[in-house]
Structures are given as structure tokens and as C-alpha cells.
Design a protein around this ligand. Structure first.
Ligand SMILES: Nc1ncnc2c1ncn2[C@@H]1O[C@H](COP(=O)(O)OP(=O)(O)O)[C@@H](O)[C@H]1O
Ligand SMILES: [Mg+2]
Length: 249
């Protein structure tokens, strides 16, 4: 690989194949996907249910391993890392936002946001954390517990937590799946603003064209393959593309 690619690409997979199970019941969830996620951009991964979106995200983020091919975060080939170094990379260089928020109920909002740093024994960058609190609009909720917040507010805590360690890339899997449309719009707007104002990188998995339209670019998966990319997407254009994918040819 070239260093030029590494400098401009936050994450990528090359010839990614993921097979679950074996024999007659084997499922080829990724069937030779090569895709790069440019640094400083908000990319959405779209595709019908079962097309391999979550598998791609999990393998790109080092949460799961590929059957063959390679997955990179910046210039690091994840397959070269042992478990300890992979855990450290996920902690220090990757952020996650999941559909189910995954906040710690006994911790305050402030403690949830800095949890990854506290686990790493790192003080982090207090100015960055302070700025994040304003970006996500939780200044007046810092001492609340998750149960005292709405779903939208909880997901905004999870977004701040994902960015707390200045990660190279934040991966979000259906981050608005548990939210009403208004809270979902807020969280999507927040992800977009954070990318544009801070130069961070977000890769979001979604099956929702309205959600994907918040991204700078959409990559489309079908049957475990990359079938298209779309710059400056709109909900209508995405919907048209998805309809074509869902109709068997
Ligand atoms: N742990 C697993 N074991 C077996 N099959 C799986 C597993 N995870 C996903 N699959 C299968 O792999 C394919 C892709 O799944 P997934 O990546 O979750 O798709 P998507 O997120 O696009 O809905 C599907 O056929 C799914 O049933
Ligand atoms: Mg999924």
C-alpha cells in the first residue's frame, strides 16, 4: 500500500470476504468487497436487510475478523494485531454508536462520555470534551443518569462518548433505529455537524434513505457486494437506487 492512501483514508477493506458457518449452511455475508472510507467525511452504508452492512462495519472496525481479505484503520492492517493490540486500537482510534445506546445506567452523563478515556487511564483532552458537550447540547444534563434522559438525549451522549478519544473513525450501526423521527433527525444532524466542524470521520450503517441522505456519500451493498457509490445524496435518489436493488434482475 502507499502512504498517500493511508493519509486520506480513515478506514478501508480490501477484497473482504466473510463466511458465517460451514458446509450447506454457510452464508457468504461479504463476497469480495473493497471500499475505502475517506478521512474527514460522513459515509453511509446502505443496502437491503441481510446485504452485509453490519458485517462490513464490524469487520472494518475490528469487532469481527474477515474470512479473507484485509481491513485497515488508517495505515494499520488489523489482521497483523494480536488481541491485546486490537483491543487497544479499538479503544484509542475507533468510536462506536449502536442502535441501543449502550450507556452505563449507574454513571452520569459526564461519566458516560469520558468512560472510554477513564478505562484507558487517559485524561483525554478536556477542551475537546468540553466542546463536545456543547456540540451535543448536553451542558445542562451532565449530572443526570441515562434513565432520566429521552432516547434522543441518550443517543447524543453516546455520540459524544464515541468522539471523546479523538478517534480516527466513528462507526455507527443504525444509530436512529430506536428513535422517533424528530430525535433521529437531531442525532443525524449532530453526526454531520461533528464531521464538518471537527474534520472527524463517520461511517454509518442504515437502511433508511432519509438517514443516509445526511451523509456526504452513500455506498450501496447488495448480497454482500459493493454495487454503487453516490455523492451528495438525496432521499429521493437513494430511494430510487434502493428500489432498483430490491427488484430481482
Ligand atoms: N453471526 C452470524 N451467523 C450466521 N449468519 C450471520 C451472522 N451474522 C449475519 N449473518 C448473515 O449474514 C448476512 C448479512 O448479515 P448482516 O451483515 O447483519 O446484514 P445487514 O446488516 O445488511 O442486515 C445475512 O444473511 C445474515 O443472516
Ligand atoms: Mg444490520
Amino acid at each position: 500500500m502507499t502512504t498517500v492512501t493511508a493519509a486520506r483514508t480513515a478506514a478501508r477493506v480490501v477484497d473482504a470476504v466473510k463466511v458465517y458457518g460451514a458446509g450447506d449452511t454457510a452464508v457468504r455475508a461479504l463476497d469480495g468487497v473493497s471500499v475505502d472510507f475517506p478521512a474527514g467525511r460522513f459515509t453511509a452504508i446502505m443496502g437491503p436487510s441481510g446485504s452485509g452492512k453490519s458485517t462490513l462495519m464490524h469487520c472494518a472496525a475490528g469487532l469481527d475478523t474477515l474470512t479473507s481479505g484485509s481491513a485497515w484503520i488508517g495505515g494499520t492492517d488489523l489482521s497483523t494485531l494480536d488481541d491485546r493490540r486490537l483491543t487497544a486500537l479499538r479503544r484509542d482510534r475507533v468510536g462506536f454508536v449502536f442502535q441501543a445506546f449502550n450507556l452505563v445506567p449507574t454513571l452520569t452523563v459526564a461519566e458516560n462520555i469520558t468512560l472510554p478515556l477513564d478505562l484507558a487511564g487517559s485524561p483525554g483532552d478536556p477542551e475537546w470534551i468540553d466542546a463536545l458537550v456543547d456540540v451535543v447540547g448536553l451542558r445542562d444534563r451532565l449530572h443526570h443518569r441515562p434513565a432520566q434522559l429521552s432516547g434522543g438525549q441518550q443517543q447524543r451522549v453516546a455520540v459524544a462518548r464515541a468522539f471523546a478519544s479523538h478517534p480516527d473513525v466513528v462507526f455507527a450501526d443504525e444509530p436512529t433505529g430506536n428513535l422517533d423521527s424528530r430525535s433521529g433527525e437531531e442525532v443525524l444532524g449532530l453526526l454531520g455537524r461533528t464531521v464538518r466542524h471537527t474534520g472527524r470521520t463517520v461511517v454509518m450503517v442504515t437502511h433508511d434513505p432519509v438517514a443516509a441522505a445526511h451523509a456526504d456519500e452513500v455506498v450501496f451493498l447488495a448480497d454482500g457486494r459493493l454495487v454503487d457509490r453516490m455523492e451528495n445524496p438525496t432521499p429521493d435518489r437513494i430511494l430510487d437506487r434502493m428500489k432498483a436493488l430490491e427488484v430481482p434482475s
